[in-house]
Design a protein around this ligand. Structure first.
Ligand code: AMP
Length: 395
């Protein structure tokens, strides 16, 4: 398979699928440009080779053409980040788009209008993909955030470029990082799974049982495991229909010699509020009327020991309701432990929407080895699935 570096883009038009689905405020200004920054290296490589870049992306979930979802609103931000005045065309296929693409000169960048203004994008329509493919000479997929979707611009389009296709630097790095954890890992490998529910992480847990030495469980998920083991969890979040599943996971882990670490204590509250009354108790002794919203101090120490001995670390999901200051300490302690292990040479990968938000909020982003840009896409890779956007390039 050829990489981006194998291709010389001199006088070529690169049609690049990026994930510029960035948050906008009420004034329609970009509030977090991480995703644009993340695609910069790929765009610059094409321009420095003497090629031109045609960028295509979706933004939000428009129902047909809706101005608030126009990519026009982000032209200024992209221009500022890549340092080249970005041209914009108010369609992504058809005469206007084809004319703008044809007129593009080496060193120039063109942004197409929101792909999702056409329902054909999400439907993976072949003809729509063919129309898009006419715009460029080489197809580059650098959109990890949508790689798990079989959409026209993320997967179907690749068939119209026999050999002239590759991953952008970002997508290649995402694949490499996940492979480092799942397939080429240095042992011991520890996966930390937090967040709200067992049900959304079950596929990941089942797949990684064959790949890791330790699984640390945290967040709301904890209480389904604790209840299944006979503990009192008061009013904590629980999935009663997953109790047997929790026991089955514990059994399977034993068989495979994977150690499951559950929190031993919790910060409990009498209300789901930052200023609720709080106490620290053992995880299996939560009184009625109280709920566990964070991990306690004994847990922080216990988890830190496991992490300090790990050579490969995967973190998905916060350990508590970190959005509220009162219940953020467990997640912060975990971040500190991962940062310390990373400084000593461990490889650490953080992914999944909420853990990325936590890592950024508490200043750990530069202290871990890699922060993934894709939530759903990363979870599906961890579940062992082949992502359509990745498969389409490899074919
Ligand atoms: P997820 O999207 O599954 O990773 O879940 C992230 C969400 O889980 C965050 O919004 C947290 O506030 C929430 N969460 C973490 N711990 C708990 C808990 N003990 N009880 C309820 N929600 C929690």
């Amino acid at each position: 398979m050829q990489t981006l570096n194998d291709i010389n883009f001199n006088n070529k038009k690169a049609l690049i699928r990026v994930d510029f689905n960035v948050p906008l405020n009420k004034e329609l200004k970009v509030t977090d440009a991480t995703r644009i920054e993340a695609a910069k290296a790929t765009i610059i490589k094409v321009l420095e080779d003497g090629g031109s870049a045609i960028l295509m992306s979706h933004l939000g979930r428009p129902k047909g053409v809706e101005d608030q979802f126009s990519l026009r609103h982000i032209v200024e931000k992209i221009t500022e980040i890549i340092g080249v005045q970005v041209k914009f065309v108010e369609d992504c296929i058809g005469e206007k788009a084809e004319k703008a693409a044809a007129e593009l000169q080496p060193g120039e960048v063109l942004l197409l209008e929101n792909l999702r203004f056409y329902s054909e994008e999400k439907n993976g329509d072949k003809n729509f993909a063919k129309q898009l493919s006419k715009l460029g000479d080489v197809y580059v997929n650098d959109a990890f955030g949508t790689a798990h979707r079989a959409h026209a611009s993320t997967a179907v389009i690749a068939a119209f470029f026999q050999k002239d296709k590759c991953f952008g630097y970002l997508l290649a790095k995402e694949i490499e990082s996940i492979n480092k954890v799942l397939n080429n890992s240095q042992k011991p490998v520890t996966a930390i799974l937090g967040g709200a529910k067992v049900s959304s992480k079950i596929g990941v847990i089942e797949n990684i049982l064959d790949k890791v030495d330790h699984i640390i469980i945290g967040g709301g998920m904890t209480f389904t495991f604790v209840k299944a083991l006979g503990g009192n969890i008061g009013n904590s979040l629980v999935e009663d229909d997953k109790l047997e599943l929790a026991l089955a996971i514990i059994g399977k882990a034993k068989e495979k010699n994977v150690k499951i670490h559950l929190p031993v204590d919790a910060i409990i509250a009498d209300d789901f509020k930052n200023d609720a009354n709080k106490k620290e108790v053992d995880t299996d002794a939560i009184p009625d009327g109280w709920m566990g919203l964070d991990t306690g101090s004994k847990t922080a120490e216990k988890f830190a020991k496991v992490i300090a001995e790990s050579k490969t670390i995967l973190w998905n999901g916060p350990l508590g309701v970190f959005e509220m200051e009162s219940f953020s300490k467990g997640t912060i302690a975990l971040g500190n432990a991962i940062a310390a292990a990373t400084a000593k040479g461990a490889f650490s990968l953080v992914g999944g929407g909420d853990s990325v938000a936590a890592v950024k909020q508490f200043g750990f982003a530069d202290k871990v080895s890699y922060v993934s840009t894709g939530g759903g896409a990363m979870l599906e890779m961890l579940e062992g699935k082949t992502l359509p956007g990745i498969e389409a390039i490899l074919k």
